[in-house]
Every structure is written in C-alpha cells, then in structure tokens.
Write a protein that binds this ligand. Sequence first.
Ligand SMILES: *[C@@H]1O[C@H](CO)[C@@H](O)[C@H](O)[C@H]1NC(C)=O
Ligand SMILES: *[C@@H]1O[C@H](CO)[C@@H](O)[C@H](O)[C@H]1NC(C)=O
Ligand SMILES: *[C@@H]1O[C@H](CO)[C@@H](O)[C@H](O)[C@H]1NC(C)=O
Ligand SMILES: *[C@@H]1O[C@H](CO)[C@@H](O)[C@H](O)[C@H]1NC(C)=O
Ligand SMILES: *[C@@H]1O[C@H](CO)[C@@H](O)[C@H](O)[C@H]1NC(C)=O
Ligand SMILES: *[C@@H]1O[C@H](CO)[C@@H](O)[C@H](O)[C@H]1NC(C)=O
Ligand SMILES: *[C@@H]1O[C@H](CO)[C@@H](O)[C@H](O)[C@H]1NC(C)=O
Length: 731
Amino acid sequence: MPLTRLPCACGFVWLLAVVAVAWLSELKENETISDVKLCRKALLLTKDNFRSSIIPLNIPKMFQVQTAKVSGAIYSSSCILLIINGNIYAYDYEDGSWSILLITEVFITNIYAEYCCYSSDYSCSSISNLILVYAIGGPVSDAVIYISNSLGFDFEELSLPQLKLLDGTFEGIFFFHSMSKFGVLLKNGDTARFAYIEPAKNETWGLPFHMSRRLHMLNLPGLKGFLIFWHEHRLLFSHNSGQLVEDIPIKEKKAVTHESFGLSGKSIYAIAGYENELAVLTTDFHFYYGTLGLLSTSLIKITEETPVTNGSAIMFESIGNVVIVTAVKDEDDPAYNFVVCCVNMQYVLMELEIGLKSCKAEVLRGDFDKKMHILDMGETLELSAKLVPQPSQLPIPIVTVSNPHSLGFQVKMYEDGYTFDGNTKFTINITLMQQHTSGRAHESFISDIKIPSLSTITLDLIERGMSCIDLQPPSGLISIGCNWKKKIIVRRDLTACMKKFLEPIELENNYTYIIEKGSYDPNYHSRPQENNVDLTIMYDYEELGCPGLVYYNSPWKPVIELWEETRRVEVVKAEFVLIEIHGLYTYNYSMTVGEASCVSQAQNWSSVIDASTIKGVHAWDRQNYLSCHENHESAPLLWPNVEYQVLGGSTKNSIIFDERNGIYVFLVRVVDPFYSYCDLTTTFSIYVYGAFPKQTLPDRLVFMSMLGLMLILLWLGYVIPKLSKSERGKK
Ligand SMILES: *[C@@H]1O[C@H](CO)[C@@H](O)[C@H](O)[C@H]1NC(C)=O
Ligand SMILES: *[C@@H]1O[C@H](CO)[C@@H](O)[C@H](O)[C@H]1NC(C)=O
Ligand SMILES: *[C@@H]1O[C@H](CO)[C@@H](O)[C@H](O)[C@H]1NC(C)=O
Ligand SMILES: *[C@@H]1O[C@H](CO)[C@@H](O)[C@H](O)[C@H]1NC(C)=O
Ligand SMILES: *[C@@H]1O[C@H](CO)[C@@H](O)[C@H](O)[C@H]1NC(C)=O
Ligand SMILES: *[C@@H]1O[C@H](CO)[C@@H](O)[C@H](O)[C@H]1NC(C)=O
Ligand SMILES: *[C@@H]1O[C@H](CO)[C@@H](O)[C@H](O)[C@H]1NC(C)=O
C-alpha cells in the first residue's frame, strides 16, 4: 500500500501535521463505508500521524465519478491532487473542499512534482509550482503532456518540439530542477534511457539500461537527482537524475550478496526512500534497509519478522527512522485504525552486528548543509566543511553537483589540527563558480549562461558505510540566478530642491507640471504626433523624491549604483537603457551607431517596441537585448548614422537635452545579460535647467534686450568693485 507524506514536513508549518495517504480506489460515488467490502481499498488522510481513526475520503456525488480509481496523488500547497479515472481533482485538506482541475480526452496516468525544502526564498519555494501530468505507454511523438506553473490551478498543454523527433515508448516526463532540464524516459524493446531536453537546445542522453516491464519511479527528497526505479522483481538506483541507472546489490547474510534484487528471488511489496536511505518490504514481509550515494549504495536484509500484513505501508519519518503503518478495520465500523511501528535503524543495525563495516568518519559537516546559497552572474562562493576520520580509517571525500552543466567547483582539503583524542581533523574548502567561468568544461557541455538554473552540492564519502546514519552527507542548494536583495539606485548628488528650483513642500502637495504638445509621443517612438495636447502630469514625490539637477547644455548620463539591501556594492559599468516614462523625447544621444563602433545594427527603442509584445517602457530588457558589438546575422549594420540608444558599457555615449527646462521621469534598466540574473530597473527624476525659455518675442527684440542686459551687466561689473573699494576706504 503506497504511503506519502507532506514534503518539507520537518520544515516550518507542518511539523505537527504529518499527513499520510494510504491509497485507494473503487469507492462508488455515494457509497457509504458499510457498503465497502474489506477487500476494497480506501484513501485515508491523517493529520495527526495516525493517532486517531480515519474515515476514508469520498469524492463528492456531484462530480459524477462512477467507480473512483486513484492512480496517482501529490501534495500541492494545501491540496492533494489526485488522478481519478484519468482526470485531475484536488482535495483541500484545510477546508475539506473538492475541485476539478483538469478533465481531458486522454486518460491521464501520471502526475509529477518536486519540492524544495532548503529555504523560503522564491527560487526554492517556487519549485513546487510546476506540475506535470501525462499519459504513458504510447509512442513518444504522440505524447500528451499538460503542465501547470501554478500549483495545479491552471494546466496547459506542454509543447516540446524535440519530442516529435524521438523514437520509443513514452514512459514518463519529469522536470529535474536540480539539473534544470526535462527528463523523458523512453523505452525501445527491452532497453530504456533518458533524454534530457532544455528549450532551444538539442537533447542529451543518459546511458541505456535494461527495462522489460514498466517501472515505478521514486524521486527522493533533497533535489540531488537521486531516483529509485522499481517493480516487483527489480530495484534500480540513479544518483544523477537517470544518466546512469544501476541495479542495487542486495546482501542477504554475511556472505551472500546478489547483484540485483531479481536474483534474490524476492518480490517487492512496498518501498520508501529518504534523502540517502531506502527501506523495502517484500511480499513475504522481509524488511531491507539500504544506504544511497555515489559508490555507497547497498541494501541489506534486516529481519524476517516484521509486524506487517497485506494492509501495511512504509515511510521514513526522519533520517534513520522508518515507520510501518498497518490499517486495521472493523467490519461494522466505517473508520480505520492504525498500528504504527517505528524502527530506529541506528539501533537495529547496532543490535544486528551483521558484519557491517563501521562508519569511516567521526565527523562530516558542511556549513552549507540544508541551506540555499545564491550565485549570481560571475560571482564565486566559498563553502567549507570539516572531516574527522575514525582512527585508522582513510575515508575519501567526494564532492558532487547535480548540475555540472551550470555549476563548477574547486576543492582544497588540508589537515587542520587534531581532535582532543588525537584524530586528525581536515578542512575542506569548496569554491563554487559558474561552469561557464570555470574554464574547465567543453563549451558543448555548458548550459546557456543567460538562463537561471539550480544545482545541489553534496559532500559524501566513498563507501561511507551502512552504519553512518548519524553521518549524513551534507548537501546544499545553489541557486544560479538572481539575488533578490539586489537593486539599483541612481546617484543624486545635487537636487533641484537644494538649488531652490523646486520646493519639497510644493512637490509633496500633488505637484503637477505640463508637458507641451509636440514634445512627447505616447507610443515611445519619438515621433511628433498630430493632434497632440498638452499633458498635465502629477508628480509622484513619495516615489521619486526631489529630482536630480542637470544642466541642459552638457552631455549627461546617470550614475547607477548597485546595492545589496543596505550595502552599496559598486557603480554599474554594464550596458543600460533609459526612456522617459511619459514619452518626452526632447533629448537625443551623443553617439551614432557608427561612432559606437557597432558591428551589427544596434537595437533602438522603436525597433524593440515594434518587435515586442509589450508595447511600452518595459519592452527592452536583458532577455531581448542584443549587443551591437557582436555579429548578428539577422541585423547587419545598414544604418550607421542613426542614434545609438544604449548607455554604459564600453562606449562614452550620453544624453543631450534640447533647450527645454523641466522635469523628466526616466525608467532605467540594466540590459547587459551578463551583469546579473536580476532584472535591475528603477525610475528616477531629473530637473533640467539653464535653457532659455522658448522664444515668444521677435528675434530683433530679443537681440535688443540681450544687448541691454549685457550693458547693464558690464556696468555692474564696473561699478561693484568700485563700491566695495570705497566701502573699504571708509573703514
Ligand atoms: C446513490 O446514488 C444513486 C443515484 O445517484 C441513488 O439511486 C442511490 O440510492 C444512492 N445510494 C445511496 C446508498 O445513497
Ligand atoms: C542540433 O543538432 C543538429 C544536427 O545534429 C545540428 O545541425 C544543430 O546545429 C544542433 N543544434 C543545436 C542548438 O545545438
Ligand atoms: C496478501 O495478499 C495476497 C494476494 O492479494 C495473498 O496471496 C496473500 O496470502 C496475502 N497475505 C496475507 C498474509 O494475508
Ligand atoms: C578555507 O576557507 C576558510 C574560510 O573561508 C579560510 O579562512 C581559509 O583561509 C581557507 N583555506 C585555504 C587553504 O584556502
Ligand atoms: C492629492 O490628491 C489626492 C487624490 O487625488 C487627494 O486625496 C489629496 O487630498 C490631495 N492632496 C492635497 C494636499 O491636495
Ligand atoms: C541630436 O539632435 C541634434 C539637434 O536636433 C542634432 O544636431 C544631432 O545630430 C542629434 N544627434 C544624433 C546623434 O542624432
Ligand atoms: C532604429 O533602428 C532602425 C534599424 O534597426 C532604424 O531604421 C531606425 O531609423 C532607428 N530609429 C531611430 C529613431 O534611430
């Protein structure tokens, strides 16, 4: 009987609400429990760890489900998503409500999601938003797959063009977050293998393995890419998301070892996995326990007398703690009761002394264990770990990452003194960087650096040993992506308020100003508009503060600072773009595309807005930015004399204002895709001053009054020094 529990149950909220589902099916729509014969299976949900008795869940009558057969279930937020008769339903276990999520023509057989329990940061918490549902068994080119990015509330058909070109029977699709790729399991004859697909790239392949019958898959928690595959007579393990899938050897007694489960003559009844552990019940109710890891995987028979029957299920409660639950039911009582048997593996293994090699180390600790770190573009991260071997043991530490296409690392290990009982201590320093910058991998091996990805990093010991339950390999999550604490701020040394051009009191009180007709384009194409009217703009003082001060007649470009929370990191030297958010275009750029030494035609606001579905100031970002200093076949350099509208980077481009005094509100966005994974953007305002007001008087009059003014100034220049001299004389 399958049993599943809340992901991250040891995390925050769910500590007391461990929920387990023992499966079910065949409950007629309005059947009461007394109708159900004992052989019928039921769907049971406990919120108190099986302490109280439970009445099975029934699907509501109104859904008109004839004979409900559940073929899959996952947790998603406060719901359990269930495949019932090929469609997807949700049961909210907080308010007890049911809903229909997806009814399709195809008969859905599988549902898949992953969970991240390392951190509440968005890169981690959003992992469970992605859910895949699909039907297996047909040719892969006809596979129907639905994807949800919203915890199952909306599903849409997933189109992966690469699938159409593959051969074989479709046996499943998974999104392995720990390698940021789809994995598709394909079967051809008696051989299966994984194809890994990421958008706009050719697929890569895992190694083939023998598969004559359909296998169940168990994706172990921890996002390390640990997978268990099994059917009654087969038990396989992969430590790298299916790239290498191998039989788990099984030890019966001291000397007897079988290369695979099939050779032991047993059949599997139930299975449970944890981060690095595995427990197996066989149909003859023998119990096996195993440890998982690179070169550490093995399974050993623990006992022949487990208190289990046909209604039993198995689950890990925590590291080294297995729970065997047996549902018991009275003929007359609708509710089920439970017999719960907890097995502490450390204790059991010690009792048995069945020739287990003792653990190879006393201490194996990493400062990164169960934590998430963020590695933004071009950064490095320093992690550190401690290792203390057991006396006379020489454990070999091994660092693995689940996504070597994205994450590179270097390891230094050195002796670091002695423990008080004389064992050598080792420190292991791990430096993480993007594979792209490590310079150690072939280009075809590296993921697209522009796309954020995830990877876990694990420090394990080769042949760690079965009895190392207290010595779990430390493992952490690395998010290669945006550090949400980063933001940009435009430096403002001098404001219009300091120089009394504007008063804060004025600005605070719903200050408005006019943008004259003919100086703005609401479509941001910088074209004069017919039928334009004067615009009255309300100034948002709370958001923008007092505008920075800029003299109209000197080339200008904002100084952008990168901040991480309250710490100023640096001045941004990367390429950025800006645009006046009300459409003012009374400014242009000092450089042309030719002067900026472009080798392909540079993008500009008009061309980007035309090509984008977002018709506004947010159209141009790091996703669609193309540097004109690289060759782009689609954009040969044809018009070198048009404006170059990108600032920063290697050019000295700047803004030149027309003769117009007034407020400009700019949106600025860093577009260099190699600066950060974050969308660094902000709005800021400036006040341009120093331009003479537009000429409303005839030219000659202006000339005459200018002349007059100059004469007066000249006279003042003559008379003031005189005056002060005579003042001094008086003193
Ligand atoms: C179940 O529902 C059917 C029709 O929906 C009804 O005829 C039947 O009496 C119901 N059975 C019980 C036990 O309520
Ligand atoms: C995919 O493979 C084909 C043929 O093997 C090759 O022509 C093409 O360039 C590859 N595409 C990518 C994105 O690697
Ligand atoms: C368990 O069920 C199987 C078939 O469903 C049966 O052959 C076996 O005898 C049962 N075992 C026990 C202990 O009831
Ligand atoms: C290892 O890391 C620690 C902490 O980051 C540092 O103090 C130490 O100098 C590093 N050792 C080496 C050899 O790099
Ligand atoms: C500013 O405008 C808002 C709404 O437009 C109004 O509620 C508020 O009273 C105004 N404040 C002042 C100081 O006029
Ligand atoms: C900017 O505008 C001025 C005045 O309209 C013009 O002389 C100058 O050539 C323009 N600069 C560019 C780079 O187009
Ligand atoms: C924008 O670039 C296109 C070519 O991509 C060019 O035809 C157009 O004149 C440019 N617009 C401006 C305002 O420079």
